[in-house]
Write a protein that binds this ligand. Sequence first.
Ligand code: 2P0
Length: 320
Amino acid sequence: FIHLRSCNKLKIRAYVNFALIKYWGKKDEGLKLPYQTSLSFTVDKLYTETEVIYDKNLYQDIVIINGKKDEKMGNRVAKHMDVIRREYNINSYAHIISENFVPTGAGLASSASAFAALAYAATKTYGLELSKTELSRLARIGSGSASRSIYGDFVIWNHGDDKTSVSKPLDAKWDDFRVIVCMIDENEKECSSSDAMKKSVMNEELYSNWVLESQKDLSEMLQAIENKDIEHVGVIAEKNAEHMHALIEATGTKYKTEKTLEVISKVKALREKGIKAFYTMDAGPNVKIITIESEVAEIKKNLLNIQMIVCKAGFDAHEV
Ligand code: 2P0
């Protein structure tokens, strides 16, 4: 029996990750098991910090995000806390205080960093020392991509069953690699990625093609990262993101806006000029430019009107 050490007050920071090979589609909604293996880059500039304070006097979790009660996210967090309580025999509700360190209103708050920080904070505060593999699994049940935010740098999240579908760090050190987040839209996305994923999975023909192609992209990507070949990495990441968005659009959702298309065409124009800039996109309008350090100044000079965050490799989730 593990005693509740409720005086423990600690804060966990987990970083946002961006997928170069996307996760798109679940074979198990509850356990958040993906159909395919994905690969991502955890960044240094965007993160979430979370505290979990168990309190025997509570009769429900109290969730405060960025200083406010957020009902929608609060319910999701409480649901994940229920999973954690059940798995680790914790019998107390908690105050969950979470802050997203992302530029305000940039539409970049991420469920990946949030659920990674939550899984870690909720267990460590209780005195449990979970392995990173266990944390990755637990984070995954909160939000699929959160399984990757347990680790910094390049990360691979395997498809598999509840036990095997966890992330692992890639053994690749590439100091010059950069992801530049271009902030386009601050509005909440209209269609949650969960709902959009479901629609994609329902189209069996397009979806099975996506799974097949994305896994080919993955093996090429692994080789390209090992070779530190930015052009190859960029081309594959772009192709993979484009394929995902084609699938999303074919099944009735659209995340790209006018501004998105404008930035994409600017990135392509940069490439015509010999600048090594490639893009990826997730379930929203913001574009991320994939590049290396030596190209950053030139990219900034050519995209003056766009607010950018230049990111290097981030770190494993840790206590602060
Ligand atoms: C990814 N995305 O690999 C992909 C690419 C968005 C596009 O993971 O339902 O918030 O919580 O498992 O992890 C966003 O989906 O979805 C995501 P859930 P999640 O980064």
